[in-house]
Ligand binder design. Sequence first.
Ligand code: IMP
Ligand code: MG
Length: 194
Amino acid sequence: MPPVALQPEPSPYPALESVLVSEAQIKKRLKKLGAEIMALYGQEEITVVAVINGAILFTADLLRNIDNPIRLDCIRISSYRNDTKSNGKPQVLGNLSLDLANRHVLLIDDILDTGKTLSLIVSMIRKLGPASVRTCVLLDKRGRREVEFEADLVGFQIPDKFVVGYGLDYAERYRNLPCIGVLKPHLQNPPEWA
Ligand code: IMP
Ligand code: MG
């Protein structure tokens, strides 16, 4: 997938310095991603594993662009606390409930950054004996990788900026913004959120 040319725009949202990916760009890209996924899987049933909370909005909208039979499960991981940098090793906070043995698993996350989270989950899933495992992320910050990892499907390649919106948070805020943008620096580490 070629990187999408991103033109940061001044933001109408008070918390954002700029908009990196607009609501319309997300909608358009999700249609194409849905078509790519249907072409990859043919008539097969897909077992989707969404990494929550971040992938909730992306997964909900993406799945509505896929016609295959789908089973949906979620896994909860914490890799960032109230900070804009990864705090080391991701922790599994909630586990899977569906059986993944002999299933075609599609792991969905909001963003691929250092690669630690997805490589950990993929190795966990592989131990459960799936028929296949693929990964799909909305955003990819390729320049920040600390472990070798590439997603099979990527919505947008983005520069190394801390972004919020459309599921992505800073200290659990801003997930509900309909677009993806760069948070204003003075809103990082406000004392009232300590
Ligand atoms: P990784 O393990 O470093 O690849 O981190 C992936 C996780 O870090 C994602 O699921 C996000 O929750 C979080 N993350 C990474 N970059 C950002 C960002 O720019 N904004 C918000 N969350 C981020
Ligand atoms: Mg996340």
